[in-house]
Design a protein around this ligand. Structure first.
Ligand code: GLN
Length: 500
């Protein structure tokens, strides 16, 4: 029954189907996100601080809904239905943003556009909850449990993610982020909507032919309980209303998402640790997942400044002209995707080479290195903005160096952390502990929005922001906060990594 050994080194066609589906979806997610804060500040006339928090609220909820989507998919819908429904919802969300951006302006005079903006993002948050956890878990199910090609499959898949991010970011920056043309943002959203539809079309076309296990069983088709299919459709509007309420309360009234995340974490801790059947070794493994997830929060909170404060910086404080052509501010985020696509195979080769000499660092140590690289990226930036005179712009070298170091850090931390969670989680709690990893992302993205709201805006009249009694008066102080927080987190993780 086994295929000949030679054929085992290539990958099933299903992997390339999931690759293409995820690539077009990430085009849409990262493409939209790349120009979002500029759209909010330049077309919708929000101030930078509000736009930052709004961005953080949106991306935070994007990582919270997979908890619900994963649950519904496991019990009622199965992977395939979840991916198609989630994908269509996200396309609808992008088209809603297109209409919002077609008649842009401040909230006082353009209330309908602002409501459409909330609605579009809310629909995308719900859609993502169904799409993302399902596409990621399907990759693994194309292989048998012990198949050695699984790690390589996830590396190929991670490259699909970043190829999509690269294409999306490039297109939306070029057609949407045009100096003095706020009317152009809508074309970015339209492109993202079309990309999202392409993702669904590709998936629908190939799913029956290519998504099966090595023994030919269809993957992601049969939900555990099929009775609730229609019931879940009826629940969708309730879920959407809930998400919209949270998003609106959080951005317009008071912090709502942060306490919600706290409750979710406590709930999960209770669910897991009240289970008496866990062995001592299980409990230790689960503790490691929680500890590592905590450190990861500091990583993404600083890393995800890319579409927020780092884009404000590129827009206003950086010289973007090269060979007489001025690059759009949002296009610099692309460097991350490029460095990851080029760097992923190199990094894998480095770990393999070290492994052959028995010198491959254990996972928590790799993650500490990732945090240290992140701190180093911001340190380079601090040199760039040190003693910056008003009206002088910084060379783009510093931002390029920052993205290089951050991407190297991402490769030390993100795929490593994912597989660590997979290895340590008892089967019974595998999905729930993956949700803990997602929740760390949700908390981090929320924090990222909050941190970006402290960006020192020379034009702002409000008092200088403070953090733990430390006053942020200029860009140097601002970037230094990330150097210190990431370096401290790296040092602590470094010292406890042996124990972990
Ligand atoms: N870039 C990866 C993705 O989009 C991981 C992002 C993350 O975990 N924050 O899937």
């Amino acid at each position: 029954e086994q295929a000949p050994a030679a054929a085992q080194t290539s990958h099933p066609k299903g992997l390339y189907l999931l690759f293409a589906t995820e690539m077009w979806e990430r085009f849409s997610y990262y493409g939209m996100r790349a120009v979002l804060v500029l759209f909010l500040t330049k077309a919708m006339m929000m101030d930078k601080s509000f736009a930052s928090k709004f961005y953080g609220g949106y991306t935070s909820l994007v990582y919270l809904t997979p908890l619900i989507g994963g649950y519904i998919s496991d019990r009622y819908w199965g992977n395939r239905r979840s991916i198609i429904t989630g994908g269509l919802l996200m396309a609808l969300g992008q088209f809603t943003l297109f209409f919002s951006a077609s008649n842009y302006g401040p909230a006082e005079t353009h209330a309908l556009s602002h409501w459409l903006l909330y609605l579009g993002l809310g629909v995308m948050i719900v859609g993502n909850g169904f799409f993302k956890p399902n596409i990621s878990s399907m990759v693994g199910s194309l292989y048998s449990a012990t198949d050695k090609r699984k790690d390589a499959a996830y590396t190929i898949f991670y490259m699909g993610i970043n190829l999509g991010s690269f294409l999306g970011n490039t297109i939306t920056s070029l057609i949407g982020d045009r100096e003095g043309h706020p009317e152009a943002f809508r074309w970015a959203f339209l492109a993202c909507g079309i990309a999202m539809l392409l993702s669904v079309v590709v998936f629908r076309w190939g799913k029956d032919k290519h998504l099966h296990t090595p023994t030919g069983e269809q993957v992601g088709l049969t939900p555990v309980q099929s009775g609730g299919i229609m019931g879940v459709y009826a629940l969708l509007p309730v879920l959407l209303a809930l998400i919209l309420g949270i998003l609106w309360l959080d951005s317009a009234k008071f912090p709502t998402i942060a306490p919600l995340l706290g409750v979710a974490v406590l709930g999960i801790i209770y669910m897991i640790f009240s289970d008496k059947s866990l062995s001592g070794a299980d409990v230790k493994g689960i503790m490691v997942i929680f500890i590592v997830s905590f450190f990861v929060v500091f990583f993404w909170a600083a890393f995800e400044q890319a579409p927020a404060s780092l884009t404000f910086f590129a827009d206003e404080q950086m010289n973007r002209t090269i060979f007489g052509y001025t690059l759009p501010a949002s296009i610099f985020q692309n460097l991350n995707a490029i460095f990851v696509v080029v760097g992923a195979p190199l990094m894998a080769a480095v770990w393999t080479a070290l492994g052959r000499r028995g010198a491959e660092p254990p996972s928590p140590l790799k993650m500490a290195i990732g945090l240290a690289l992140l701190a180093a990226g911001y340190l380079v930036m601090c040199f760039g903005v040190h003693d910056l005179q008003p009206g002088v712009k910084v060379s783009m070298f510093f931002l390029v160096a920052l993205y290089f170091l951050h991407s190297a850090g991402e490769l030390c931390l993100s795929p490593i952390g994912l597989s660590l969670v997979n290895k340590l989680a008892p089967v019974k709690f595998a999905s729930l502990l993956m949700a803990v990893w997602f929740l760390a992302n949700a908390a981090a993205n929320y924090l990222a929005g909050y941190m970006s709201s402290l960006y020192p805006d020379p034009k702002s009249t409000s008092p200088m922001p403070q953090i733990l009694g430390f006053q942020i008066t200029n860009l140097y102080d601002f970037f230094m906060v990330f150097v210190v927080s990431a370096a401290v987190a790296a040092a602590i993780l470094f010292f406890i990594s042996g124990k972990l």
